[in-house]
Design a binder for this molecule. Structure first.
Ligand code: ATP
Ligand code: MG
Length: 565
């Protein structure tokens, strides 16, 4: 597991795939070309694991002056939809990558794949099997026991061709027949035991409509698509390592010159407290456990975007985790670190109060107001400063006051003086309560000589509080998020459904928060740091006069901690 605070600098490390490519270039393989692809199946929205693959594939093209295609692996018409295609393109672009004019679909190759299947039939390398899927699977054997040859294995090419054509013409029912490659039922590699390459499906395809009644299997489409696109390095996750001999077998049947694509496997990304399979994410969406694919608690790219993650933070996360051959689990706090690190450098600071407590400055004239200078981003002087309005009635955070403070509580208490950030020193003199004993407001006095929050005579205060002026603040809804799951590996329990580990407190909506009016010009996705509270961004649910903010991540607060010492 990686510690969230290690590796502060997002160094562009060389990984083992880069080294392999360097070697291939030295050997002048494929005439020195480097061409990768990102091949999503449009059956769901992309998640942070896909982001790793996108950064890797497009990153290789950038590093070696090559190209990277976007290719939809749309061979399964029952699960795929246009909505997913559109969301995937949006997400890849948002991450900052460009496939230029190289947008492809496996379905573009349905005709060529069909012709290739016919070629295999004519060469005696494929046959139509009339057995059902279950029988075929029973005959597959086990890794240590060879499989059984199908009774239909030795049909003549003529008969196979006739049957395959009739399958394609829609003459048979789904499941009645399949086309299989004729390889080796005794191969130690199960994938080589006469794999199914075509099946009958009477489904509407999102691009080819009702044209096809037979559809190629993923393994039959993928490598061939690579070959026809001139892909040199077909980067995929480790579970495909055992498919590689089959990938190569198909390429062997297809190849004409020197060029051949090469499959390279790497470890997929797993994150603590997260489920990463599209099937499970779809379940959360369909069954209403979250509010859609872009719910800010989802590990989808659209969810992270809505939550306030920036493309830079996801790319630097991807650099930090590196690329290996060993499956592991990355601490989700490393992802949170990446966005905190980026927003610390770029986010506009404002003050906002989440749980308001009213403060009356009793020695400040009613109706009077004034402005103070506030720094927009201490990490970036070029961002300049802004004015914040001060008046007699303010809000501070409820948590910043205690009537009976324990020894280690250094913030506001009766008779104690603290600093209001950028404004004045104030002292609390009185606590006003309702008939039930709840505190309704605090009466304080300010020291006019401490203007700007500076000590007039060297006297020290132990805390600096954020605040807003009641009259000037904008009312906002703020959504605080916690992890969606309260288990480190929710998908890793054999007998317990992952949904059992959903965190019931993953969303906490605060309907009445007050933020500096500076935010009233914000556009959805604009990032802010609310001082002392974390990073927040404006949500799409905002309406005129009623902003809604998401907390991206809490802050590891430095200035209050320092001053609270
Ligand atoms: P899932 O397992 O989440 O359903 P998938 O592998 O079925 O995902 P695809 O659309 O087929 O999803 O994936 C597109 C590309 O993204 C593939 O090259 C795949 O290897 C890669 N990919 C998917 N999940 C991860 C992950 N967790 N880490 C790294 N790469 C991934
Ligand atoms: Mg897949």
């Amino acid at each position: 597991m990686t510690n969230g605070t290690e590796n502060k600098e997002p160094a562009k490390k060389s990984n083992f795939i880069h080294l392999q490519i360097e070697q291939d270039l030295k050997d002048n393989k494929n005439n020195g070309r480097v061409h990768t692809r990102f091949p999503p199946e449009p059956n769901g929205y992309l998640h942070i694991g896909h982001a790793k693959s996108i950064c890797l594939n497009f990153g290789i093209a950038e590093k070696f002056g090559g190209k990277c295609n976007l290719r939809f692996d749309d061979t399964n018409p029952t699960k795929e939809e246009m909505e997913y295609v559109d969301s995937i393109m949006k997400d890849v672009r948002w991450l900052g990558f460009d496939w230029e004019d190289r947008l492809f679909y496996a379905s573009d190759y349905f005709g060529k794949l069909y012709d290739f299947a016919v070629q295999l039939i004519n060469e005696g390398k494929a046959y139509v099997d009339d057995q059902g899927a279950e029988t075929i699977s029973q005959q597959k054997g086990t890794p240590t026991r060879p499989g059984m040859e199908s009774p239909f294995r030795d049909r003549s090419s003529e008969e196979n061709l006739d049957l395959f054509q009739r399958m394609a013409a829609g003459e048979f029912d789904e499941g009645a027949r399949v086309l299989r490659a004729k390889i080796d039922m005794a191969s130690p590699n199960m994938h080589m035991r006469d794999p199914i390459i075509y099946r009958i499906m009477k489904a509407h395809h999102h691009r080819t409509g009702g044209k096809w009644q037979v559809y190629p299997m993923y393994d039959f489409a993928h490598g061939q698509s690579d070959y026809w696109e001139g892909i040199t390095h077909s980067v995929c996750t480790l579970e495909f390592e055992v498919h590689r001999p089959l990938y190569n077998w198909f390429i062997d049947q297809l190849i004409e010159g020197d060029y051949r694509p090469r499959q390279v496997e790497f470890a997929r990304l797993n994150l603590t407290y997260t489920v990463m399979s599209k099937r499970r994410l779809l379940e959360l969406v369909k069954e209403g456990y979250v509010n859609g694919w872009d719910d800010p608690r989802m590990p989808t790219i659209s969810g992270l975007r809505r939550r306030g993650y920036t493309p830079e933070s996801i790319r630097s996360f991807s650099d930090r985790i590196g690329v290996t051959k060993v499956d592991g689990m990355i601490d989700v706090s490393l992802l949170e670190y990446s966005v905190r690190d980026h927003l610390n450098k770029t986010a506009q600071r404002v003050m906002g109060v989440l749980n308001p407590m009213k403060v009356i400055i009793t020695n400040y004239p009613e109706g009077q107001e004034e402005e103070h200078d506030a720094i927009n981003n201490p990490e970036d002087p070029e961002m300049g400063s802004r004015k914040v309005s001060f008046s007699r009635e303010l809000y501070i955070e409820q948590e910043d006051f205690m009537e009976d403070p324990p020894r280690k509580f250094f913030r506001l208490a009766l008779g104690r003086e603290v600093r209001l950030r950028y404004a004045y020193f104030i002292t609390c003199n009185d606590v006003i309560k309702d008939k039930d004993g709840n505190i309704t407001e605090l009466h304080c006095t300010y020291d006019p000589a401490s203007r700007g929050g500076n000590s007039p005579d060297g006297r020290k205060v132990k805390a600096t509080l954020h605040w807003v002026s009641v009259k000037h603040a904008v009312k906002a809804e703020v959504r605080l998020y916690d992890r969606l799951f309260n288990d480190e590996d929710p998908g890793g329990h054999k007998d317990v459904d992952f949904k059992e580990f959903l965190n019931p407190d993953s969303l906490n909506v605060l309907p009445e928060c007050f933020i500096e009016p500076f935010v009233s010009d914000a556009k959805p996705l604009d990032n802010f740091q609310f001082e002392r509270l974390g990073y927040f961004n404006l949500d799409f649910d905002s309406t005129p006069g009623k902003p809604v903010f998401n907390r991206t991540v809490p802050l590891r607060d430095s200035w209050t901690k320092e001053q609270n010492k």
